[in-house]
Write a protein that binds this ligand. Structure first.
Ligand SMILES: *Cc1c(COP(=O)(O)O)cnc(C)c1O
Length: 486
């Protein structure tokens, strides 16, 4: 029940409660009808729910005037509903049918089973997060994932932090603080939220030196920018937009060669972080960290929960001396991952390492890859299995059809790449008003297991690429309430 909720109150019936006769919080808390809720949810939660329900009722009764009353039964129902609402966690599971597979606001990548198991084990028990079992001495938490990361990417060394934004900050602070960092004007990007490259540079204590232009930056622009004070060369991948048309960017090979000739580190923030060639699965090519390293990058950073399909993490790969310098920086301690993440990341990387030559197995075992490679035919078949139930649930307020659509990978893949998919399209009956589609998406959000869709062209689209349990979805539709459309 939202805090603005005002319960309906009416004329006083014979046994109705009025403002002056509403029971006290304590009386209600000891009421036999609420004892099951107290046992299940705790006295504190039920007490708070009673307080909130009573406050709302008092407000309604006061607004309705002296004669107003509320039936005892209704009071108990309102409290029970408030208990239900309050017992839900703020971090709720949802069904993501937005058409964006890696949805940052919905928690990005689902984890492989092995990673979930490792995470739970690390949560329950003492683990060797910084303990060397062989010697019985203190260990280094990076060593848990470093070998795997090096095997998978060909890097000499690796370190892991909380997310890729942290990785970028740490690399710049460790390698560029107090000095100049040239960067192409086409790469002065905002990734999302308040993560903007110029701000991160300033935070890291680097002096940003803009080179080239928004659409064209040549190798000579970098050459001209390099001076005594230059700390490193950088390349930030444009992950959420594309510059098309009359464009030019110095290649990583060129930048790598220039950095080497001038004895400078070359940092590539790759962002997305696929570990294997996506074209193997008929997906758009995604640059791999191993490709950047081969091209001459000496440090590469990627996210753990984008295309890699693991937990949130920022993975820094590169030359041993540079990684050591990064690892020793004081910010590393502030940005490090906890044992749950280290465990989940290790398990995810092991899935890759142990099955690298079996693309089919990987596409089943890594949930993200499974969703991205799901054939359009299978998605359509899923749609046919849920269409009837959806039509019945929305009738007569809205018509539901199954239509071809396009999903996007999300978070770090070129925004222009799309995957063939199928969607349930819910079109409100009568006028195609924004209000009617808003009522549909709101009703879907209010399901016990909320379903998140997207409004497009006067209809609500539910992209079924990411619907793997259609039975669960059908069961949810039974709870649909569409008062705003009635
Ligand atoms: C996503 C992204 C980031 C930020 O990574 P998080 O893991 O979300 O912190 C930084 N740089 C690039 C190029 C990205 O795509």
């Amino acid at each position: 029940m939202p805090s603005s909720f005002l319960p309906r109150v009416g004329e006083t019936g014979a046994d109705d409660l009025q403002l002056a006769t509403l029971p006290s919080v304590d009386a209600l808390l000891n009421h036999p009808e609420l004892q099951a809720a107290v046992a299940k949810h705790g006295r504190g939660l039920v007490k708070r729910a009673i307080q909130r329900a009573l406050a709302a009722i008092r407000k309604s009764l006061a607004a309705a005037g002296n004669e107003a009353g509320i039936a005892r039964e209704r009071l108990m129902r309102l409290i029970a509903r408030q208990v239900d609402t309050d017992s839900l966690p703020a971090l709720r599971r949802v069904i993501n049918l937005t058409g964006t597979v890696i949805h940052t606001n919905l928690g990005r990548s689902p984890l492989p089973d092995a990673a979930v198991a490792a995470l739970v084990a690390a949560a329950r028990h003492p683990v060797t997060i910084e303990y060397d079992l062989a010697s019985g001495e203190r260990g280094e938490r990076d060593h848990i994932t470093e070998q795997l990361l090096c095997e998978l990417t060909g890097a000499e060394a690796a370190t892991v932090v909380n997310n890729n934004a942290a990785a970028v900050l740490l690399v710049l602070a460790a390698l560029g603080s107090g000095r100049e960092v040239p960067i192409s004007r086409g790469e002065l990007i905002e990734i999302g939220g308040s993560f903007r490259i110029p701000d991160i540079m300033a935070m890291a204590g680097c002096r940003l030196v803009e080179v080239g232009t928004t659409n064209r930056t040549h190798l000579r622009d970098y050459e001209n920018a390099i001076g005594e004070q230059t700390a490193m060369l950088t390349r930030i991948h444009a992950s959420n937009y594309a510059i098309v048309g009359f464009t030019k960017a110095a290649s990583e090979q060129e930048l790598g060669a220039l950095a080497k000739a001038r004895n400078l580190p070359f940092f590539v923030d790759l962002g997305s972080g696929a570990l294997l060639p996506f074209e193997r699965y008929g997906l758009p090519h995604e640059q791999l960290p191993q490709e950047s390293l081969r091209a001459g990058a000496t440090v590469v950073s990627i996210s753990g929960d984008k295309l890699l399909g693991g937990p949130q993490a920022g993975i820094i790969l590169g030359r041993r001396d540079l990684i050591e310098k990064i690892r020793k920086h004081p910010l590393k301690r502030a940005l490090r991952c906890d044992k749950l993440i280290v465990g989940a990341l290790e398990a995810t990387l092991r899935v890759y390492r142990d099955h690298l030559d079996d693309p089919g197995h990987l596409a089943q075992t890594l949930p993200l890859l499974r969703l991205l490679t799901r054939p359009a035919d299978a998605i359509r078949a899923c749609g046919e299995r849920v269409l009837d139930a959806a039509q019945q649930a929305f009738a007569p307020h809205a018509a539901v059809t199954l239509q071809a659509s396009r999903s996007q990978i999300g978070s770090g893949s070129l925004p222009i790449d799309r995957l063939d998919s199928w969607s349930l399209v819910i079109t409100p009956a009568g006028r195609r008003s924004g209000q009617a589609t808003a009522a549909v998406v709101a009703a879907l959000r209010q399901l016990p297991l909320p379903v998140i869709g997207r409004v497009k062209e006067g209809a609500v689209w539910l992209d079924l690429r990411t619907l793997e349990n259609d039975e669960e979805f059908r069961a949810q539709l039974k709870h649909l309430a569409l008062p705003a459309l009635a």
